[in-house]
Ligand binder design. Structure first.
Ligand SMILES: Nc1ncnc2c1ncn2[C@@H]1O[C@H](COP(=O)(O)OP(=O)(O)OP(=O)(O)O)[C@@H](O)[C@H]1O
Ligand SMILES: [Mg+2]
Length: 358
């Protein structure tokens, strides 16, 4: 590989380090780290208790549990919980996703193959096609679908009975789900970002499973830079382990965590290079805003979507950036994080950039 290629590979690697989405071969590693039962799940106390009750009651009645909707940002454990629901019910799990169901017929094929008590997991359920969605309403409520045979005036609908099953839907965008679909779930679990002490336990647990030796301080350092997200915690742990193995004696200590995360440009609050570039441009180049998101994206050399979907949610949650009708503005905390004095009236006098868009 030439040096350029290496740089490119490295760059892509850096960018994905604090992205909450899973990619490529990461899925295989994740499977190994997933908790297998409700008791093993760290954090999410409320959802765990609520879900535990739903499942226990269904078990006592000897029935399939009500349909369950799991909503929340990427990497917080929706897929994990779906698998646990099936495991706790000792039921087979069938997996599909909204984008995979492009026609109602795709869904009919899946549903007609279901057995009594099966759990059907539909990931990204908000991305299902409209006709499939309507078929799903009926299946969820009446355990029946109408399969349309033929086209035009000669088409006939053949009703098809489906054995009672449990639908588990996952979505990162509960707001995009149409009301009728949302209403047909008997239980909705909202997953929250994790507290540092919960991530700490997750890092310890994962280290145990991966056979990584680590100290409490080393684990705490990884946990505190993980953006409240187990997937990121697990990913940072693997990168710090690499560092420990190659540059130290294999043990993840505080200095090792520190040096490794600095090397990967993940700062003390979990901000990565893109996050910092965004607030840096906002403060230094646009005087704190307001500035339109497209202008901001050009300034940091990124796609608008990347800035909007990858960097902004975290910056907003950290209280570094605010979205206003006139554009993005930096908060006093953002100026402080960059070590710059905040202007007394943030955003004033810099409004021109906002006039171009939004
Ligand atoms: N409560 C938890 N305790 C321990 N590990 C967890 C927990 N929640 C998630 N994880 C870990 O985080 C990783 C990501 O979780 P999962 O795939 O379930 O997220 P997700 O919400 O389905 O994300 P996406 O929206 O991208 O599909 C898993 O590998 C799992 O090991
Ligand atoms: Mg998932």
């Amino acid at each position: 590989m030439r040096d350029d290629d290496l740089d490119l590979a490295e760059e892509q690697h850096l960018r994905s380090l604090t992205a909450a989405e899973a990619e490529g071969d990461e899925r295989a590693v994740e499977a190994a780290l997933r908790p297998k039962s409700l008791d093993e799940v760290v954090g999410q106390t409320r959802v765990r208790e609520q879900l535990g009750l739903v499942l226990e009651a269904a078990r006592q009645r000897g029935r399939a549990p009500d349909h369950v909707l799991l909503s929340g940002p990427p990497g917080l454990g929706k897929t994990t919980l779906a698998m646990i629901i099936a495991a706790e019910m000792s039921a087979p799990l069938r997996l599909t996703s909204g984008p995979a169901i492009t026609h109602a017929g795709d869904l009919a094929a899946i549903l007609s193959g279901m057995n009594d008590g099966d759990v059907l997991f539909v990931d990204e359920i908000h991305r299902m096609s409209r006709p499939a969605e309507e078929m799903l309403y009926m299946a969820m409520e009446d355990f029946r679908v109408d399969v349309v045979i033929g086209k035009g005036p000669g088409a006939t609908a053949i009703p098809l009975e489906i054995p009672p099953f449990t639908l588990v839907g996952a979505t990162t965008r509960a707001g995009l789900l149409p009301g009728p679909l949302r209403d047909r779930f008997g239980f909705t679990g909202h997953l929250e970002f994790y507290e540092a002490h919960e991530l700490d336990r997750i890092v310890h647990r994962s280290a145990g499973l991966l056979g990584v030796e680590l100290t409490d301080e080393g684990a705490a350092e990884i946990a505190s830079r993980s953006r409240g997200t187990p997937r990121i915690a697990n990913r940072l742990l693997r990168r710090v382990r690499d560092f420990a193995q190659v540059r130290a004696d294999g043990v993840v200590t505080l200095p090792v965590s520190h040096a490794a995360l600095d090397l990967y440009e993940v700062d003390a609050l979990g901000l990565d290079r893109l996050d910092r570039a965004v607030i840096d441009a906002l403060c230094r180049r646009f005087g704190g805003g307001p500035v339109g998101v497209s202008t901001l994206a050009v300034a940091v050399g990124e796609e608008r979507e990347t800035v909007e979907e990858v960097a902004e949610p975290f910056l907003v949650r950290m209280g570094f950036l605010a979205r206003t009708p006139r554009g993005r503005i930096a908060t006093a905390a953002a100026w402080r994080h960059l070590g710059l004095p905040a202007p007394s009236t943030p955003g004033v006098g810099q409004g021109d950039a906002a006039l171009f868009e939004d």
